[in-house]
Design a protein around this ligand. Sequence first.
Ligand code: KG4
Ligand code: ZN
Length: 351
Amino acid sequence: MLVLGIETSCDETGVALYDGRLGLVANRLHSQVDLHAQYGGVVPEIAARDHVRRVLPLVRDALEEAGRRPSAVEGVAYTGGPGLIGALLVGAAVGRALAWGWGVPAVAVHHLEAHLLAPLLEEPAPEFPFLALLVSGGHTQLVAVRAPGEYRIIGESLDDAAGEAFDKTAKLLGLGYPGGPALAALARDGDPGRFRFPRPMTDRPGLDFSFSGLKTHALRTFRTEPPGPTLAADIARAFEEAVVDTLCIKCRRALRETRFDRVVVAGGVGANRRLRERLVRKLDARVFYPRLELCTDNGAMVAFAGFLRLEAGERQPSALGARARWPLDSLRRICHRPPSAGADPLAEGGR
Ligand code: KG4
Ligand code: ZN
């Protein structure tokens, strides 16, 4: 089955083609970074308008890259949520319309499921079950993954997500948007011995996270320490160290609790080099990452997750399935069943 995947949940337009026999055959991305940079963050209305401009040309590019005609596409997957509703609606409307026009089924994909299944696009792919550390701009979650679609959230952030904390701390250090990569780059020049930031919620049992205090800690340090040429870099280093160490401690705990011996790291913060190295070095488990461009938002992961669900017979009814909030653990296990029994994945357990 050849599946077209469309991702428009935030500030990247991603379009890809996944072939059940050949794997990923096209992957195109347009980043809106330049558009939002002047505002210091993502402006939802601008994001939605840009997706409108980019998505169809990217679909054409992807078909050309794969050397396929539109008639070869056998299913369409689009990100149904969670995300910015205006942005999601663009991908949903275009995906649904293309599927209708081409006479093929469509499916709405959960953005976080797409992130956490992305490492399955790599060789070697992790086997089930595994622990997933989902670290994106909007979510930080530890998920026990028994099978595709069977997700139990065993820990999550009570306030800011890890990516959000990176972005906010970057902003207060005067770095632009997107903050995560900029802060990580600055941290490389920082002195790891100068400041030690707290490791929030590691002094008590449990798997939840809280990163908003770190941002305040960074701000206080920035304001009270004597200004100097290395101050921002030293703070960036201490901040990154604290986030990475905290994620590592909680992953180790989650492994003990689940008795799993595989960890999958997914989402934008999974692109952080220090985090990748630390987890490999410190965890008593095999650690799987997707390549960097499959960590941050992309169409490939949507095409792949959609492929799994479409192959299993799931179909999205003709309504546009897009929602800003969509709990990951409300999804159904992906199992093969006749297409007629395929149900609306958005209809269950929603708010
Ligand atoms: O998964 P993603 O691309 O989008 C969401 O679904 O949210 O994640 C974006 C987040 C942003 O907060 C960004 O600052 C962060 O991932 N990020 C990083 C790095 N690259 C992206 N954070 C730390 N270090 C990085 N190298
Ligand atoms: Zn994402």
